[in-house]
Ligand binder design. Structure first.
Ligand code: NAP
Length: 264
């Protein structure tokens, strides 16, 4: 594969390890040039050389701390001004451990800046740029904990529910523009995220843990199939469709001029 066959440039945040690094490899194999973003420039450079050599694509490395407003604004500017960018993988994220009541405020804020604020600002810039071009794809990495917040840390779960909701709204807003949107909801995936957030993952049953390569391949298969929401582990897509249908049953009754009888 060489750049002549390029599908444009994929901007991947959190490309220095785990899921983001696998996206970089798989998208290079699909003929995308890459713009790799994370804080660890050395790691990004090492990955970039391998990807250039193996796949013959152009790879640029951009060091950014996405908890820092200036770095996010620079990246937004790049998304708005670089018409070669055709795919955004909004992947960088951190997890957290422990109870909300015992949380360190700075860590909470930092998680929200990375998992929510940066994701939103980058999706906004990509939506503007891609809809103007009439093409492009935005992939937002959420998590299955968006659907089961009682099972995990409150702030992390809520941040991923935000990403799911943002994606659903954005998809409706971009209807008819030619821009594709996808939220990916991984279950437990073997990456550095556990160690980084001080969570002991050794007790998680092996049958619940997916390799990052398998997770990303399933997500890209879901994207190819035109899915808005991809849950790589879920055996039967009908279960998700039933969940969506249940939500639609509520829709006609969510806003009335008078309160329900049981409240009177
Ligand atoms: P990971 O291996 O820890 O990768 C996280 C990536 O984000 C790294 O490249 C890291 O690079 C980057 N990052 C962290 N803080 C950053 C910051 N302040 N600014 C810029 N980049 C930053 O974890 P992962 O599991 O691949 O996580 C990727 C995404 O998948 C996250 O959104 C996570 O919530 C989601 N997810 C993971 C799992 C799982 O079980 N692994 C499950 C569901 C969802 P630097 O340190 O070089 O900056």
């Amino acid at each position: 594969m060489n750049s002549a066959k390029s599908q444009g440039t994929a901007l991947i945040t959190g490309a220095s390890s785990g899921i983001g690094a696998i996206y970089a490899e798989r998208l290079a194999a699909r003929g995308f040039d890459l713009l790799l973003v994370a804080r660890d420039q050395q790691r990004l450079e090492t990955a970039a050389s391998t990807l250039r050599e193996t796949h013959g694509v152009k790879v640029e490395v951009l060091k950014a701390d996405l908890t820092q407003k200036d770095d996010v604004l620079k990246l937004q500017q790049r998304l708005r001004s670089d018409s070669s960018i055709s795919l955004l993988v909004n992947n960088a994220g951190v997890a957290a451990d422990g109870l909300l009541a015992n949380s360190d405020s700075e860590q909470l804020e930092s998680l929200i800046q990375l998992n929510i604020t940066a994701v939103t600002l980058l999706a906004s810039a990509a939506a503007a740029s891609f809809s103007k071009a009439g093409r492009g794809t935005i992939i937002n990495i959420a998590s299955v904990v968006a659907l089961f917040p009682e099972r995990f840390n409150a702030t992390y779960s809520a941040s991923k529910a935000y990403v799911l909701s943002l994606t659903q709204s954005l998809n409706a807003e971009l209807d008819g523009t030619g821009v594709k949107v996808q939220a990916v909801l991984p279950g437990v995936t073997r990456t550095e995220i556990w160690e980084r957030s001080g969570i002991d993952a050794s007790g998680i049953p092996a049958e619940m843990v997916m390799e990052a390569g398998e997770m990303v391949d399933a997500s890209l298969a879901g994207l190819d199939q035109g899915e808005l929401i991809t849950i790589p582990s879920l055996p039967d897509a009908a279960d998700w469709h039933a969940y969506v249908a249940a939500r639609h049953v509520l829709a006609p009754n969510l806003s009335h001029s008078s309160a329900a009888k049981r409240y009177k």
